[in-house]
Design a protein around this ligand. Structure first.
Ligand SMILES: NC(=O)c1ccc[n+]([C@@H]2O[C@H](COP(=O)([O-])OP(=O)(O)OC[C@H]3O[C@@H](n4cnc5c(N)ncnc54)[C@H](O)[C@@H]3O)[C@@H](O)[C@H]2O)c1
Ligand SMILES: C[C@@H](O)[C@H](N)C(=O)O
Length: 372
């Protein structure tokens, strides 16, 4: 089993075949009142013209899930790219090629050869790893975006570049942070993401590039996270099932906005198919729900009553989290193109535990540890 098997895919397949109540052989989970495929089906039905999509950084936390969503919606329309080898057992990766986003020429070649019309740019260094290697974060996060926008301009591409709650800072209003507000981030990740937001908006107004950007909160999926500040909200599930205990690097009262994987994927495909005349801006907030480590631990304890959480604060990640919004206002996305998250905390906890428990049953203990 791969370390990056996309949870969206597994959930889609699992629910399709069995219903969530039957996912685990060990525990019974109540069926969720959500059809995870419905939104993808209706978007595909409403937009029958198949896009031709290239995803950079597609072997990271978010890329493979999005590839599988596109495959479900339209068949093989995605060219997946990254700079790392595809895991040997990654059956979902059907069309893959090496692409370093620092090479504009190679990016252009991939776009031309694959007749791409939509470029989804996922390559990045996230908040915690970015602080450990600032020059590389500037290279990948800034030069990469410049190359993406130049190629998009030249070949008239629709381009999606995600931003993040990390694009806000301590001077931003921290509750219900709106789309348009003070942005003075204190990480290189945040600084580079503002650069991406502003450069994208500039290429849109100056050159007519169809630039689209969503500010994501922390994304929760049963896949390996890439080195961010919100990663604990994934590891906690693996630890809960494997050890019955999680040692959290954030304080118990650190509230951050988050979103479940399937909602994240849905926000991307829905936003990318929204008619341009509906968009009143090019960069929108989207979010799911907010919680603290203490609150997610309580939700996990409803299913695993013996689960315990302890704290060993990492000053660097705590400082980053303390500079970010506690909740996001995504009413602009709701109003303009109909965005709505479906998963709350309780649904997310249920799905994550069910998926990970099912996978763990198939794994040797050392493989479980290697997943996180
Ligand atoms: N995961 C989240 O919680 C989250 C939240 C907000 C925003 N985002 C944004 O979504 C995007 C995807 O995030 P993710 O979690 O999948 O990140 P990730 O760290 O898991 O994956 C990033 C990928 O980029 C690749 N990469 C690094 N350098 C590269 C280069 N020079 N050329 C090509 N590829 C390169 C890596 O190999 C990796 O597979 C990022 O832009 C990130 O900022 C993610
Ligand atoms: C929030 C998001 O950008 C990422 N998960 C990080 O923590 O860096």
């Amino acid at each position: 089993m791969s370390t990056r098997t996309p949870s969206t895919v597994r959930l889609l397949v699992t629910v399709q075949k069995t219903g969530l109540g039957a996912v685990s052989s060990h525990r019974s989970y109540s069926p969720l009142p959500i059809d995870p495929l419905a939104r993808f089906r209706s978007i595909a039905d409403a937009t029958p013209t198949k896009p031709r999509v290239l995803i950079t950084g597609s072997l990271g936390q978010l890329g493979r899930g999005l590839n599988t969503v596109y495959k479900y919606m339209y068949g093989d329309v995605v060219t997946m790219t990254d700079i790392v080898k595809v895991p040997t057992d990654a059956a979902d990766v059907s069309s893959y090629q090496y692409l370093d986003v620092l090479s504009q020429g190679a990016m252009e070649e991939a776009v031309v050869n694959n007749r791409i019309d939509t470029l989804i740019h996922f390559s990045a260094l996230l908040s915690a790893v970015g602080e450990q290697n600032v020059p590389l974060a500037i290279q990948v996060n800034c030069r990469g975006v410049e190359n993406v926008l130049e190629v998009a301009k030249k070949h008239r591409l629709r381009v999606f570049i995600p931003s993040t709650i990390g694009a806000f800072g301590p001077s931003t209003p921290r509750d219900s942070t709106p789309d348009c507000t003070v942005q003075e981030p204190t990480t290189i990740y945040g600084v580079s993401k503002i650069y991406a937001e502003r450069l994208g908006e500039y290429y849109h107004s100056k050159f007519g590039v169809d630039f689209r950007c969503l500010r994501f909160p922390g994304i929760i999926s049963a896949t390996k996270p890439g080195g961010g500040t919100t990663d604990y909200a994934i590891k906690i599930f693996y630890d809960a099932l494997q050890y019955g205990k999680h040692v959290c690097y954030l304080r118990p009262d650190t509230k951050l906005p988050m979103m479940y994987d399937t909602d994240c994927m849905s926000s991307v495909v829905q936003f990318l198919t929204a008619p341009p005349n509906l968009l009143h801006r090019r960069t929108y907030n989207v979010t799911g729900f907010s919680f603290t480590p203490e609150e997610i631990a309580t939700s996990i304890q409803k299913i695993l009553p013996n689960f315990k959480i302890e704290y060993n604060i990492c000053p660097i990640r705590q400082a980053i989290a303390d500079s970010w919004p506690r909740s996001l206002d995504d009413s602009g996305a709701a109003r303009d193109w109909g965005w709505k998250a479906e998963y709350g905390l309780e649904e997310t906890v249920q799905v994550m535990l069910a998926l990970i428990e099912r996978d763990m049953a198939k794994l040797a203990p050392e493989e479980v540890t290697a997943q996180i």
